[in-house]
Each structure stands twice: as structure tokens, then as C-alpha cells.
Design a protein around this ligand. Structure first.
Ligand code: ADE
Ligand code: ZN
Length: 326
């Protein structure tokens, strides 16, 4: 299909990618063996077979368990480097990457270990291919706001290498407003903030992210379409929504890609873009997300170009560099 060739060829961005969600079962097994961490699986095949999720929480339970094999700076480097090689193969020229430090500091891994390993891989990708990137420290919303303040303190010596802050993990019952003070502090540090909202949570959580946290992007946001006033607000502000179609399918946010709201979002004038979220768990990296949407939603070449352009528009690249890609 000619649109599929376009998808492969276009230079692209990735703006919603959890580095812990790129841990492929093969690397998980290799690191478990090296670090003598026990896994509740006998084989790589058994790991993959376990990736049959009923909702966000059923995924998060396995995602946090899998991340338990990451211990040393080299482990974090290897994780990120494996992702960056795939991203380069997918023609991704700019990646803004989430990491969840609380998942690691809670296990006794120092913040510095995580940070240094990831940054070393990002620097190598810049040097080797000219791939630009940003690093987004994401707070876990199932934990307390005080726990978030504690990890922010640990991260402060590295603040110059942190490009922004995010909010992820179990959405229902953990509304954005729970983190209003923490996000105000992050903004005082001069950093842009984003938040997962409207994935499983209601449109009200998207409003809270916008007004309470003052985010510059909404991660997911697919449930925004349930609220016409919210859609008008998002469209008017050109507020980016980092949509993750295969994630939504695997976590049963949608029953079928054919009924995914992505095309409706574009038609409503929203700045929607496609991302891969946790590709090792959801069965596809960025290219596969775009191909699956093209097929299920019959996206045109213009739709695909709009989605890719929205990615550059929504990125934190300086405007002169954006202009080069647009
Ligand atoms: N952490 C990793 N992936 C996530 C997602 N899709 N939603 C919330 N938290 C996450
Ligand atoms: Zn996510």
C-alpha cells in the first residue's frame, strides 16, 4: 500500500514512550540472569503469553515487575540503546522519553544510576545519528505527592539534563489535582509539564491536567471526545494529545482499532499524534502503530502527514529546528 511506504519513509517523532516499556522479554531474561533476579516465568515465550491485559492496572503489575531486573547504570544504558536503535530504524529523528525513577529508587537503585545510564544512551544516539531527544521524569500517581517531592529532590543535581516532568501509572482514583503542588514546583524550576489524562479516566481529569497542572501536552486524552466543551478548548489551544493506539487496544480502552477515536480527533481539529507508549508490551513500535491505524481507520496520505507534522509541532524542539522538519 502506497500510504504504508509513506509511513516508513517519513522522518518522525516519538513523544510518548516509557523507556521501561521498551524492555523486550529477551533483555528481561538476560538481565534477570546476570543480576540474579528471580522472574515468575520459565521462558521468553511464557513472558509474551502473559501479556494479555484486561485493563491498565493488569499491565502495570507486569510492567513494574519486569523493571525489577534493571539494577546497574549499564542496564539502563542497554535498555535505552536497544530502543534507540529500533527508533532509528523506524526513521524517528526526535524522541521525548519518559522514565519512572520511583520504580527504581523504591528498590534501592540510586536516582543517579538510572539517570546516567539513560543519558549516556541518548548522547550516543545524538552523536551517532544526529537523533535529538528529551528526557521526561515521570511521577507515579499511585504514590503520594510527598513521594514525588522526595524523588524530585534526588533528581535536583541533574536538573539541567531533565527537560520536563510527567505523570503516569494508575489513573482512576488518582486525579491530576492530587499533584498540583508538585507540578507547581516543577514549573517554578522552569520546566514544561505533561500528564497522562483521559486514558481510563474521565474528561474531568483532562480539565484538571490543563487548569490545575497547566500541562503543555495531554498524554492519551482519548476520552476527551466525551466532552464537547473540552474538545473545543483543546482544539482552540492546539493542545497536543499523544495518542497510543496499540496501547489503547491492548489495555481495552477500545475494543477494536476500527472504532479508535484517532480519526475523529483529527477531524475535530485536535493536534493528535501517534506514539507507542510501551511497545515491548503492546506488540508494536511507532511504525507498527501507524500501519495498524492506517489499515483499521483507512487513513489517507494526508492524515498520515498531518499526524507526523503534529508530532513535530508538539515536540519541545526549538522552533527553528521544527521549521526544518515541517
Ligand atoms: N506507565 C507506562 N505506561 C502507562 C500508561 N499507558 N498509562 C499510565 N501509566 C503508564
Ligand atoms: Zn504512557
Amino acid at each position: 500500500h502506497s500510504v504504508d511506504e509513506l509511513i516508513a519513509r517519513l522522518p518522525k517523532t516519538e513523544l510518548h514512550l516509557h523507556i521501561e516499556g521498551t524492555l523486550e522479554p529477551e533483555l528481561m531474561f538476560a538481565l534477570a540472569q546476570k543480576n540474579a533476579v528471580a522472574l515468575p516465568y520459565a521462558s521468553v515465550e511464557e513472558v509474551r503469553a502473559a501479556y494479555d491485559f484486561s485493563n491498565l492496572q493488569s499491565f502495570l503489575d507486569l510492567y513494574y515487575a519486569g523493571a525489577g531486573v534493571l539494577l546497574t547504570e549499564d542496564d539502563f544504558f542497554d535498555l535505552a540503546w536497544a530502543y534507540l536503535e529500533r527508533a532509528h530504524g523506524d526513521r524517528i529523528v526526535h524522541a521525548e522519553i519518559f522514565f519512572d525513577p520511583q520504580t527504581h529508587t523504591a528498590r534501592g537503585v540510586p536516582y543517579a544510576t538510572v539517570h546516567r545510564g539513560l543519558c549516556r544512551a541518548l548522547a550516543k544516539a545524538q552523536q551517532q545519528w544526529g537523533m535529538s531527544s528529551r528526557l521526561i521524569l515521570s511521577f507515579l500517581r499511585h504514590l503520594s505527592e510527598d513521594d514525588g517531592f522526595a524523588v524530585l529532590d534526588e533528581a535536583l543535581p541533574f536538573i539541567d539534563e531533565i527537560d520536563g516532568f510527567g505523570l503516569d501509572s494508575s489513573e482512576l482514583g488518582h486525579p491530576p489535582e492530587k499533584f498540583a503542588r508538585l507540578f507547581a514546583r516543577c514549573r517554578e524550576l522552569g520546566k514544561p509539564v505533561v500528564a497522562h489524562a483521559g486514558e481510563e479516566g474521565p474528561p474531568d481529569y483532562v480539565w484538571q491536567a490543563l487548569e490545575g497542572l497547566q500541562v503543555c501536552r495531554i498524554d492519551h486524552g482519548v476520552r476527551s471526545l466525551e466532552d464537547a466543551a473540552l474538545v473545543a478548548r483543546l482544539a482552540q489551544a492546539r493542545m497536543p494529545l499523544t495518542v497510543c493506539p496499540l496501547s489503547n487496544l491492548k489495555l481495552k480502552v477500545v475494543d477494536d482499532l476500527a472504532v479508535h477515536p484517532l480519526k475523529k480527533m483529527l477531524d475535530a481539529g485536535l493536534c493528535a499524534l501517534v506514539n507507542s507508549d510501551d511497545p515491548a508490551y503492546f506488540g508494536g513500535y511507532l511504525g507498527e502503530n501507524l500501519l495498524a491505524c492506517r489499515q483499521a481507520l483507512d487513513l489517507s496520505a494526508d492524515d498520515v502527514v498531518q499526524l507526523v507534522k503534529n508530532g513535530f509541532e508538539a515536540s519541545w524542539l526549538p522552533s527553528a529546528q521544527k521549521a526544518c522538519w515541517l
